[in-house]
Ligand binder design. Structure first.
Ligand SMILES: Nc1nc2c(c(=O)[nH]1)N[C@H]1C(S)=C(S)[C@@H](COP(=O)(O)O)O[C@H]1N2
Ligand SMILES: [Mo]
Length: 376
């Protein structure tokens, strides 16, 4: 080691991961990528209705921007509008404040389970969480600038900068969703200023739609009379319009942009592999369906042969997951597979088998947790 300064030695993988996690206060999460930061929440930490900030998953395509100065930051609003403006954070905070409780889920949550496997972050079950977002209505800002009748989409730009030849993370939201009173320009998350890694000082909140619509570090709303030609709008976040064979190549004309989210449930207790004495076993979890409400969650403890309705409990809010609870009596030592299956207000039922697709989006088959019942 002579002559090698210790501070120049490469950190090992674990140390690197810990350093990145500490920087963002995400020590308890699973690092799927360190640069840019992609952190997944272990299912055991998703057992509360509101996900605490330190447990909330992180998905970033590009490095987190250098700390943004809220006093110098502005939101530029232009394009197909009568009077373009630059708004300060204070001006946005003077608009009526709205709080929306929302389940935010990455479209790629569950990608790791697709067969054949699909390129991208290998999320298992925890690229999802629920938070209370407070901000101004996007509609109030758009009304203020006078959107022209030619407007079709709002293009959103952010402060995170691409590495090398990577495209910037630019997305669009159609006018109708942008003008919806629940679509926000949010500055608070769970009652605190949005943390840097979640988009400080301002992020879009497009409730009930896959997470990539909710642009972090928002800098610009550009009103368009057409579709954005940015990479992530033109080619990203697409899903086949028909069922395809696993592994098949899908023609661009048979792909459409993702909107909404799939009906889905997640068992948060017990955890996989837990062991119990014979007796009562409590099952709990959450179910969500984007813009739709959850009307039913069924549980099976016999490999899906029979199903029983779980109780829907706790807070009920549009765009937010719903708690379900179930209890069963374990009589003898055996291995039990607990399955959950949600139904939404439009009659969509969680499938037994997720539809494979080229980008590995919207994994939503029955959730399953295996537990072991030991002797009394
Ligand atoms: N500017 C910007 N906004 C972004 C992203 C990004 O990489 N850059 N990632 C998107 C994706 S894919 C998701 S799933 C959510 C994740 O939000 P979170 O990191 O606050 O959980 O942010 C979205 N907003
Ligand atoms: Mo995402």
């Amino acid at each position: 080691m002579a002559g090698v300064a210790s501070h120049l030695l490469p950190l090992d993988g674990f140390a690197l991961t810990q350093t990145a996690a500490q920087r963002y206060g995400k020590e308890k999460l699973l690092a799927r990528s360190v640069r840019p930061p992609d952190f997944e929440t272990p299912v055991v930490l998703l057992d509360s209705y509101i996900t605490p900030l330190e447990h909330f998953y992180v998905r970033s395509h590009l490095p987190v921007p250098a700390p943004l100065d809220a006093a110098a930051w502005t939101l530029k609003v232009g394009g197909e509008v009568n009077s373009p403006v630059s708004l300060s954070l204070d001006e946005i905070k003077k608009l009526p404040a709205v709080t929306v409780t929302m389940t935010l889920e990455c479209a790629g949550n569950g990608r790791a389970f697709f067969e054949p496997s699909v390129a991208g972050i290998q999320w298992e079950k925890g690229a999802v969480g629920t938070a209370r977002f407070t901000g101004a209505r996007m509609a109030d800002v758009l009304k203020r600038v006078g959107v022209k009748t030619t407007a079709r989409n709002i293009e959103m730009h952010a402060a995170d900068r691409p590495l090398g030849t990577m495209p910037a993370f630019v997305r669009q939201v159609p006018m109708a969703k942008a003008m919806h009173p629940d679509t926000l320009l949010a500055y608070d998350m769970n009652g605190q200023p949005i943390p840097p890694v979640h988009g400080f000082p301002l992020r879009a909140i497009v409730p009930g739609w896959e997470g990539a619509y909710s642009i972090k570090w928002l800098t610009t709303l550009n009103v368009l009379d057409k579709d954005s030609d940015s990479f992530w709008v033109a080619t990203g976040y697409r899903y086949p319009t028909k069922r395809v064979a696993p592994g098949a190549a899908v023609d661009a004309k048979d792909m459409a942009p993702l909107v909404g989210l799939a009906v889905k449930s997640l068992i948060t207790k017990p955890t996989a592999g837990a062991a119990f004495p014979a007796g009562k076993v409590a099952v709990g979890g959450f179910a969500w369906a984007g813009e739709n409400d959850i009307t039913k969650v069924d549980v099976s403890i016999d490999n899906g042969a029979t199903w029983q309705a779980a109780r829907l409990t706790g807070e009920q809010a549009r765009y937010s997951w719903r708690r379900f609870e179930y209890e069963f009596a374990a009589g003898k030592p055996e291995s039990v597979l607990i399955l959950s299956r949600a139904t939404d207000s439009r009659g969509n039922i969680q499938p037994a088998v997720s539809q494979w697709n080229p980008s590995g989006y919207l994994w939503n088959q029955y959730d399953s947790v295996r537990v072991e019942i030991k002797g009394a």
